[in-house]
Design a protein around this ligand. Structure first.
Ligand SMILES: Nc1ncnc2c1ncn2[C@@H]1O[C@H](COP(=O)(O)OP(=O)(O)O)[C@@H](O)[C@H]1O
Ligand SMILES: [Mg+2]
Length: 331
C-alpha cells in the first residue's frame, strides 16, 4: 500500500516560509511527479513526506496512519537521491543488501531479495563489482536496488537522473517507468525537467514558490493549463504568449498558442513575419518568425523548406488558442 495524504502542510525555515499550505492526495500505485523551477520547494516537500524535515503545521497520512511526527525509518518509504550515496568500498551485492543486513534479515532472505532486485534492474552480472567500476546509470540502478529490497510502500526520487548525460537520462527514464509497471508501487519523483514529468507521470503536481499551481495528468496540463505559469512551464518548446492589443482582439489579457498549433503559409494569414533562425531537427523544424506581434516559435514538418529572411504568414489554430485573464488565470 502507498496512499499518501497531505492536509494543510506548511513549512518554514525560521521566518522564511517555503511551503505556505499544501493539500495533496497521492493514490496507492500512482507515479506522481513534483515539477517546478529550481528553489520552488520540491525537495522540501519530498523530505517532509520522508520525515527528513518536520512540518511546521498540518498532517501527513500514509495508508490511513498519521505519520506527521513519526521517524523516517518507521514510514516504510525508500528515498533515491541524485548523488547515489553508495558505499564505495562495498560490492554492488553488499550495497543492495545493506538495509536488509541493518534490519537483521537472515542470509537466505537477503540473498533472494538481492537476486530479485538485481534481475529486475539488469545488475546480475555486476554484483561483485564496486561502484567505482560502474557507469553512472548502473550506479543509479544500484541505488534503486537498495530501495527495492526494502519493499517500501512508496519510492521517493529526488532528481535521480540529474548527474547523467542526456542519452542516458532518456534510457533511465524508460527503465524507471518500466520498473513502476512491474512493481506497481507508489512513486513520487521530483524533477525540474518538464520532459521527465510529461513522459513518466500518471499525475503531475506543478509547484511554484511552494504553492501547487495545478495537479493533473500530462495531457490535462498540456491541453488545459489553469494559468500562465503552467502554460509557460509545460510543453517544449514553450507556448508562445502575447498580450496587449494582440490578445485584446481575442478577448483576453494574454493569449497563448503552442508552436505546433500554428499554421504557416507563404501567401496569407493573421500575422505577417520574417523567418529568423530555423532549427532543423530532422523530424521537426522550429522556425523563429519575427512578426509585428513579437517573435513566434512555429513547429513545421522536418522537410519544410524556408530560408532566413523569407516572408511568411502565421495563423493560430483557434480551437487550440489559450486565453488568460488579467490575473493570469485561464478564461
Ligand atoms: N534547511 C534549510 N534552511 C533554510 N532554507 C532552506 C533549507 N532547505 C531549503 N531551503 C530553502 O527552501 C527553498 C526551497 O528549496 P528546495 O526544496 O531545495 O527547492 P527545489 O528542490 O525545488 O529546488 C529554497 O529557497 C531553499 O534555499
Ligand atoms: Mg531539489
Amino acid at each position: 500500500m502507498g496512499n499518501i495524504v497531505l492536509k494543510k502542510v506548511s513549512k518554514s525555515f525560521g521566518a522564511t516560509t517555503i511551503i505556505p499550505e499544501i493539500d495533496l492526495e497521492i493514490e496507492d500505485g500512482e507515479f506522481v511527479v513534483f515539477v517546478g523551477p529550481s528553489g520552488c520547494g520540491k525537495s522540501t516537500l519530498l523530505r517532509l513526506i520522508a520525515g527528513l524535515e518536520d512540518t511546521s503545521a498540518g498532517s501527513i497520512n500514509i495508508d490511513g496512519r498519521d505519520v506527521t511526527s513519526e521517524q523516517p525509518a518507521k514510514r516504510k518509504l525508500a528515498m533515491v537521491f541524485q548523488s547515489y550515496a553508495l558505499y564505495p568500498h562495498m560490492t554492488v551485492r553488499n550495497n543492495i543488501a545493506f538495509p536488509l543486513k541493518m534490519a537483521g534479515e537472515d542470509k537466505a532472505v537477503i540473498e533472494r531479495k538481492v537476486g530479485d532486485a538485481a534481475r529486475v534492474l539488469n545488475l546480475t552480472n555486476y554484483l561483485e563489482r564496486r561502484p567505482g567500476q560502474l557507469s553512472g546509470g548502473q550506479r543509479q540502478r544500484v541505488a534503486i536496488g537498495r530501495a527495492i529490497v526494502r519493499q517500501p510502500s512508496a519510492f521517493l526520487f529526488d532528481e535521480p537522473l540529474s548527474n547523467l548525460d542526456a542519452a542516458l537520462r532518456g534510457t533511465m527514464r524508460l527503465e524507471i517507468s518500466e520498473l513502476h509497471h512491474q512493481l506497481k508501487t507508489t512513486m513520487i519523483y521530483v524533477t525540474h525537467d518538464q520532459v521527465e514529468a510529461m513522459t513518466m507521470a500518471d499525475k503531475i503536481v506543478v509547484l511554484n514558490a511552494g504553492n501547487i499551481e495545478q495537479v493533473g495528468s500530462p495531457l490535462e496540463l498540456y491541453r488545459s493549463p489553469k494559468n500562465l505559469f503552467v502554460a509557460g512551464f509545460i510543453g517544449s518548446p514553450k507556448m508562445n504568449l502575447m498580450d496587449g492589443a494582440t490578445a485584446a482582439k481575442y478577448g483576453a489579457s494574454t493569449i497563448g498558442i503552442r508552436p505546433e498549433h500554428i499554421n504557416i503559409s507563404t501567401t496569407a494569414g493573421d500575422w505577417k513575419g520574417t523567418v529568423g533562425v530555423a532549427e532543423h531537427l530532422g523530424a521537426d523544424t522550429f522556425l523563429h518568425v519575427h512578426t509585428d506581434v513579437g517573435t513566434i516559435n512555429v513547429r513545421t514538418g522536418g522537410e519544410f523548406v524556408v530560408s532566413h529572411g523569407d516572408t511568411v504568414f502565421l495563423s493560430p489554430d483557434l480551437a487550440k488558442l489559450h486565453r488568460f485573464g488579467p490575473d493570469g488565470s485561464a478564461l
